[in-house]
Design a protein around this ligand. Structure first.
Ligand code: NDP
Length: 306
């Protein structure tokens, strides 16, 4: 039986691995479907302490993985599809069929991009509709795109997309952004960035092969209009990856795991860290911090069991 298994290789999981490995607990970390987590989908991280010039998200998470590996963390590329309680611990069933038993579990499965959930979005996914500007921005060189959302991600993605696109129009359902001031300032200063307020995208328009536009509905007066565009970037937040724990671990109404301030879930021996349990901060640094806490609590729990 393993001592510590960590689900998710984002910065929370990697930090938990660094701490567990340095405590000689020989942790096993399972990647999940989005190896490296959300940092792999971003560009400049300017607010992680220790990097005065900023650091690229993928580079940061890669360094964390290397650091965890240096102290003996074992990495497995697979996806946990089931978790159940067994004597003295928990059993995970992986997509590859393998069963792994562990005395403690740290859930740092993060959150994944939210989609609008309309049929036309499904039809044009990967054909002009995407959730990752970093991954797909370069396909829109010389084109016009829209970004949906009003948070920091929408601001960041818009600015990034102006490297390629001739015009970036943000479509937001309210008449003000919730993004931080510094991100908004950058957005409004960028001559290629425009905004359409009080509007929701109700349909993605296309020619059957690729996106050609969006149908908008004004949230105040209900008026419907169309806007031509070559690409649609979604930046409307995230949903936590907690489906395998439904009915087992306590969650809030949005599906985020609930923990006490020691990162303990309702089941002794299972801890949670990072965005999977964070509805408030959702920063790389707070994810790393909770990863550290979860690992230290798992170590304490193991010591108490012995
Ligand atoms: P947020 O949850 O902050 O914002 C999501 C945005 O999408 C909101 O404006 C919301 O509208 C809108 N939205 C949600 N659902 C829908 C929908 N169905 N249709 C239309 N619009 C919708 O998510 P972010 O990803 O922007 O940010 C998450 C966290 O990551 C935040 O804490 C943020 O600060 C952080 N972050 C930090 C960055 C940085 O510092 N460099 C960069 C990117 C993110 P409404 O406002 O009406 O609710």
């Amino acid at each position: 039986m393993e001592k510590v298994v960590i689900l998710g290789t984002g910065i929370a999981g990697c930090t938990a691995a660094i701490y567990s490995a340095r405590a000689n607990l020989n942790p096993l970390i399972i990647s999940g479907p989005e190896d490296g987590g959300q940092l792999t989908l971003t560009t400049d991280v300017e607010n992680f302490p220790g990097f005065p010039e900023g650091v690229q998200g993928p580079a940061l998470v890669e360094m964390c993985k290397k650091q965890a590996e240096r102290f003996g963390t074992r990495f497995k590329v697979d996806i946990a599809t089931e978790c159940k309680k067994v004597k003295n611990g928990f059993e995970l069933i992986l997509m590859g069929g393998e069963k792994i038993q562990t005395k403690t579990l740290i859930v740092s499965t993060g959150a994944s991009a939210r989609w609008l959930g309309i049929p036309s979005e499904e039809k044009y996914k990967g054909r002009g509709v995407t959730t990752c500007a970093t991954c797909d921005g370069a396909f829109f060189k010389g084109k016009e795109v829209v970004v949906i959302g009003g948070g920091d991600s929408a601001m960041e993605e818009s600015n990034f997309l102006t490297k390629f696109a001739t015009k970036v129009t943000v479509i937001h359902r309210k008449d003000e952004f919730r993004a931080s001031k510094i991100m908004q300032d950058r957005f409004f200063k960028n001559p290629k960035c425009k905004v359409i307020w009080d509007s929701e995208v109700i349909e993605i328009l296309g020619d059957g092969k690729k996106v050609t536009g969006v149908k908008l509905k004004n949230t105040k007066n209900g008026k419907v209009s169309e806007l031509k565009t070559d690409g649609v970037f979604l930046a409307i937040g995230h949903v936590p990856n907690t489906s395998i724990f439904k009915g087992m671990l306590n969650m809030n109404e949005l599906g985020y795991l609930t923990t006490d301030r020691f990162m303990k879930t309702n089941i002794p021996g299972i801890f949670a860290a990072g965005d999977v349990q964070d509805t408030r901060y959702r920063q790389a640094i707070t994810a790393a911090g909770t990863g550290c806490q979860a690992a230290m609590e798992a170590e304490k729990y193991l010591a108490e069991q012995e």
